[in-house]
Design a protein around this ligand. Sequence first.
Ligand SMILES: Nc1nc2c(c(=O)[nH]1)N[C@H]1C(S)=C(S)[C@@H](COP(=O)(O)OP(=O)(O)OC[C@H]3O[C@@H](n4cnc5c(N)ncnc54)[C@H](O)[C@@H]3O)O[C@H]1N2
Ligand code: MOO
Length: 479
Amino acid sequence: MSPPGYRPGEDRLRVRRSYRNNCDGHRARQRQNRRRNGGANGHDRRIAHDLRHGESARQGNDDRRGRACFQGRRQVGRLASSAVSELLAYEVALDKLLRLATPLEDEEIAVTDAIGRYIVAPLISQRVQPAADLSAMDGFAVADVNGKEWQVIGESRAGQPYSGTVTSAQAVLISTGAVVPAGTNAILVREIVERTEGSIRLSGDLPEPRDRHIRRRGGDFSKGETIAEEGSEVTPRLLALALTAGVTRVTVKRRPRLAIIQSGDELYDPMQEPVSTESHRLPAANGLMLKAMFAPHLVEASLQPLLPDDPDRLAEEFAKLHDHDIIVTIGGASVGEHDHVGQAFEQIGADLKFGKVAIKPGKPVMVARRAKQLIVGLPGNPVSAFVTAMLFVRPLLLHLAGAEDVEFKPVSMPLGAALPAGGDRREFLRAVEKDGKLYALTEQGSGALHSLAEAQYLIDRPIDDEPRGIGDSVAAYRL
Ligand SMILES: Nc1nc2c(c(=O)[nH]1)N[C@H]1C(S)=C(S)[C@@H](COP(=O)(O)OP(=O)(O)OC[C@H]3O[C@@H](n4cnc5c(N)ncnc54)[C@H](O)[C@@H]3O)O[C@H]1N2
Ligand code: MOO
């Protein structure tokens, strides 16, 4: 995902640089920000103080920058020792994930079953279209337009052509889509002629140019022509083109098999069990949310039975699912006593590639590979699970399907309310639109589903973004 006006490589460089300079630059930036804002109260900071992130309380922006700096130092020391502790920029992490994916085999399917998938070879037309010169209008086919009156000698209907030849002062009644009879040079639409018994008289202006209403043979495409390039998405429009070109089967990538695992002692299946009144229990909503997010034409997704907080059980489940292309786990990705996804990776010998991404929400994202299989560990907080599925799993599925554009396209929209400075992670803020302006919702906690469901956009805030005022343009993604 890239902000508008982005040039390839620019954003990546900027993000990386801001990382490196996090500590050295932060004092200088504090001074600059103070000057820009005319002091702590010199700017409309209402939204700044209103945003609730549901993490530990923080007193202000300067304090957060201080902590970012401290974390940066701590992580540098651990970088080499563990893939888990390295905090990657989103672009870097996504790039790694996509590179880890093993390409899937091709399969040939009916084009009618291929909507939303991507063709892996160019589409070649098997027909010429139109297959003959056709009339584009209802009217009369005439050989010449020298006179004012023509004798009607027959009819050409769609599917029932006129077999003779039209000569001077003769006309053939013709329908839209019907084959233009031999000898025809112009179509006179019904509106410009008066009809009498057996003949027509000109009462309006002749078509300009004369053959204006004739669709020429091969005008749309010819036989053997490439009508869609490799990598094109099969849309309803492409479907119609392919069918018209005589193509009924296409080659696409096989859909990956993806299993979703949810673990947590507190979870119960809301579709199998009645609503629980026990305060320590929680409906396992994330798995069903994710399954609903992954387009069935791109993936064959299955939701596995709920697992307890037990690394052995998780490792057993991983072993069972060895034939799946992708496993997505939800929860247990953080550093708590009972967050055991990392441990289960170790038990099955999966190779952990990264474990933390500098995004908010969604810092704990674990990616491991076991032979050709990718295992993606998403955080358990519902909003974090949603955002990371959108930022990682969706692009992965599109990439495997053969799509070129795998990321959401940002729109640039003005803010209706000010935003405080960005932090040490790239932030995706839930927002609503009113009169063409974006308003970040007050509730930004990673567990707050109500504001997630209400949000219409995610505002994309770069790391260390400066405070933004009313009317400033920001990049956002339509949900
Ligand atoms: N000491 C630290 N604690 C935490 C950190 C940290 O850096 N240091 N990171 C926080 C962040 S950020 C996130 S995000 C979470 C991620 O936690 P986990 O991935 O380990 O997820 P859980 O602890 O298992 O669950 C979190 C939350 O989500 C609920 N949950 C889990 N699975 C589901 C599900 N399938 N459906 C609905 N809800 C689910 C679970 O009950 C918890 O409330 O860690 C922070 N902690
Ligand atoms: O910020 Mo966590 O990353 O709550 O999702």
